[in-house]
Design a binder for this molecule. Sequence first.
Ligand code: TNX
Length: 537
Amino acid sequence: MSSKFIRYSTIVTSVFLLVSCSGLKEPVAEKEVLPTPQIIPLPLNSSWNNGTYKVPETNTICFNEGGKRTAVWLQKLLNSANLNAQFSETNNTDCGNWKIVKDESLDLLLGDEGYILDIRNNGVTLKGATDAGLFYAIQTLRQFFPAGIEQNSLSNAEIKLRMGHIEDRPQYSWRGTMVDVARSFFGLEYLKRHVDRMALYKLNRLHLHLTDDQGWRIEIKSKPKLTGVASKGSVTDGNSGYLSQEDYKELQDYALARNIIIIPEIDMPGHIYSALLAYPELNCAENANINPKKALPPDLFEGYDVGWSRFCLEKPETYDFVSEVIGELASITKGPWIHMGGDEIEDPRYKEFVVKADSIIHTYNKISIGWEEVTQTKVSDDFISQEWNGDTESVMEDVKVIESMCANFYLDHGNTADQKNTATWCKKDGLSLQDVYGFSTDNPHVIGVEAPVWTEFVLNNESMDDRFWPRAAAVAEVGWTPEAKRNFNDFIKRLPEHGKRLSQMGVHFFPSPEVKWDSTEKTREVKSVFYNFNPEK
Ligand code: TNX
């Protein structure tokens, strides 16, 4: 038992007694009961048995038709624990100690993203109706392994898994985060790492706030000045730059392999100064030379004000521009949604604009999403409203809602009241873990939750890390686990184990005071089990 795993587990030894023929009781076996794996998000149903499955050094993975992809992820997981794993060529599920069953008829029980994970004394079975469900079985299994697996540092470890049965599926289909790359740019490398972390917690939507007054972050080939001019800005001391179409494709593929869909946002008709600077003809004449600058003279904007810039909604050129940009963006976007923004602007033609923008998005075969202000008028029935302050009087009935209420989900606010460089306008004492975890709604139209990090004051990777983590783990549990099963005290008891894992993954998480973190873990270089892994290759 030289294993590192012992460091991570409290071992309870129970002595099993056997009654022999003679009637004498004698101890025959010592049985080690591993602690229950500290899984986040908490699975819907799990039952534990006191046994342990000791993973052999050499493993065989069997899978049925359709299970190959999962087998590739699983092999990578086992290899990262320095275990050998080969595929069985028999193409059935009854030949090795790891069995993968993809079975569409499990759909009724497990839905699009659910799975069954069964750990017995002769091996492990993963079942799901979809690749997504099976991928999540792997993510749950990953959390059974000591955190050192993230750095591939388990060389002498004897891996033992607590035996049990998990049947799991999410409460909500939308479990998202949003990164504002417009105020300060975060590029492909950071976003891929962010996707890795989201996947561990079964988060499945990444919304990119790609444009704002300070900068434009996506290459649109038919509008070269967006990258040539508009991408050069940022808030004071922030980073500028943009995602090329190649970067965007690479990020989407990386995310899709991990069951994460990217939602691009072009924020309109306000929050648009950087585009106006590049294409001044989209200004109304009276907007030139007003402070903050509306467009002319051509200075970048590096301040923090909101709600002052706007497209000229009287000009037909504005709609030509919107149509060209959305058309090109739609052609490079793999997911079904485009976000039109629509927040924080008053304009007599606002309603007319959002109706047109929604219809343009449909023309390019995408579904539109917008901030809640859009529902002041009626747009398409399939529109999704993203609620952030709840102040809008909606005229739309039964509209689908993504919950991003600022008091629960605006992670640009501090983890604590005294965290530096954080927003305070929504909640002056910051958003504690409990504020996030305590979110509750009885609106039947809610399709899920999403936590934004706006980047007015988030200027480097470490800050982005400590805004998201560990609070995004709370977002994940709110999105996945039904409210009746959630318990904050239980959640914060599971978190120390995740602190170890996040440290091993190189995440500079915020040590929330609500949690008894293990202070011995040092943050390592950025890495993780599936860092840069491509299951297709
Ligand atoms: C509100 S919420 C905004 C953003 C800011 C953020 C700062 C919303 C749709 N807009 O433009 O960055 O507050 O917390």
